[in-house]
Ligand binder design. Structure first.
Ligand SMILES: Nc1ncnc2c1ncn2[C@@H]1O[C@@H]2COP(=O)(O)O[C@H]2[C@H]1O
Length: 163
């Protein structure tokens, strides 16, 4: 008998919206978007499934894609001269990649899936398109990310690699 095929991971933008709205974490991504604006933003996001251990972001890489976490846990590591330092665990309802997104510098840490995860990507090209076509939505995404950066900077144990 053939081995059963692994069922493809199903994605629904409503699950991401729900987890973001319900998150009470100080590390949550909290844009103030109406349901209609969420629908518009959804058209610019691309879903992606990560297997446990899979690398999402490599420290030093030149890329500015932003990732919103729907499910699973991501771990953030920073490699200094003396070795590897674990910075943070990032939970559903939060985001990663905002460092290079804003700074245009190389990625400041490595991010990988601590568990299987579901994420949504917003590439810089799609963000530029969103800015041109839906500026109010793009501004609110940027404000939500700015808020997240500020909160991460205030969190002293975590802030070592936040740009
Ligand atoms: N202290 C931290 N807490 C949570 N996430 C972090 C922390 N430091 C770095 N990161 C994330 O790790 C990412 C590495 O790539 P970026 O620099 O683009 O953006 C960074 C943040 O999203």
């Amino acid at each position: 008998m053939n081995a059963p095929l692994r069922s493809p991971v199903k994605f629904d933008i409503q699950a991401l919206i729900k987890v973001i709205k319900q998150s009470e974490s100080s590390d949550a991504f909290t844009p103030h978007l109406t349901p209609q604006q969420w629908d518009l933003l959804a058209g610019y996001l691309q879903p992606f499934a990560l297997t446990q251990g899979q690398k999402l972001i490599e420290q030093g890489a030149l890329d500015r894609t932003l990732y919103l976490v729907e499910a699973g846990t991501l771990s953030v590591h920073y490699e200094d001269d003396k070795g590897r330092v674990r910075l943070a665990m990032v939970e559903p309802g939060s985001a990663v990649g905002e460092g290079a997104f804003f700074s245009r510098l190389p990625r400041n840490a490595t991010v990988q899936a601590a568990t299987a995860a579901k994420i949504w990507c917003l590439t810089p090209i799609r963000f530029t398109e969103l800015t041109n076509r839906q500026p109010a939505v793009a501004l609110e995404v940027a404000m939500g990310l700015g808020s997240l950066v500020s909160r991460r900077l205030m969190n002293k144990p975590r802030r070592v690699a936040v740009t």
